[in-house]
Design a protein around this ligand. Sequence first.
Ligand code: SF4
Ligand code: SF4
Length: 285
Amino acid sequence: MMKLAVICANGKAGRLIVKEAVRLAEPERKILTGSRLPTGNRVTEKCLLYKQAGQGYPDSRSPSRLFVPGRKGGILMQAKNYLQFLAEQAHTVVMATLDEGGRPVTCAVDLMDWEEDGLIFLTARGKNFYRRLKANPHIALTALQGRDTLSSTAVSLQGLAREEGPRRLPGLFLKNPYMERIYPDEDSRRSLTVFQIYEGRGEWFDLSRRPIERASFSFGGAAAGEEGYAVTSRCTGCGQCLGVCPQGCIDLGRVPAVIRQEHCLHCGNCMEICPQKAVIRRAAK
Ligand code: SF4
Ligand code: SF4
């Protein structure tokens, strides 16, 4: 079945349609101009049907462009697009903090908003989560979307979080009205406070594509990481590495061979088998 995504006009209604369109596109349903979405809105002529080879995510703030993470060729690949995906499409993520003994603790956190160089979430000052954040600003999070492993995309991120206080709370409740059902009035929101993840780096990983796709990003001044493997000048072009590469992502058309990083699983098979010890691990900075 041909997969379709919809890019819609500006404005609240447009963004709502975009959200619904993405939800419908995931189970590979066609969305055609004039069809009615669960919101009651119709996909109008303002919307642009975009035929795509794989999953895509409309950039609701730039509706004339399609955001397909990890893809090249005029498609947005900036850090802010990954942050937008995390806040608006994944929304609920699993976040790790460290306790007083340095042991990791995870919890589910809703990302309330995103910025050019940051992510916004809130918590209550009475929670252990708050105490852990105040004691140690290092966080890690993962968001996963998909029906099963082979239809899933994930974004993982490591960064630093700082408390901003309650100033943004009214705006965040407007943007996330379901929060009113959890904290129904001003009194119940007394202990809430806002945190910003202001610096970090992360990775997009898409298992729904063949070969798999991955892409790295950083924001807030964090150094971009270069992980995985690379082939050095010791390579003789023998080809043994390609024979054990599960993604077939080693280019033997030149010597030294080149690993296509955007498709690499980081399994290490190539390094283990290379008779020249030409494959090295790229260290994260
Ligand atoms: S196995 Fe080693 S020497 Fe042979 S092509 Fe791969 S990287 Fe080069
Ligand atoms: S690390 Fe694994 S997936 Fe990546 S190039 Fe080497 S063998 Fe292929």
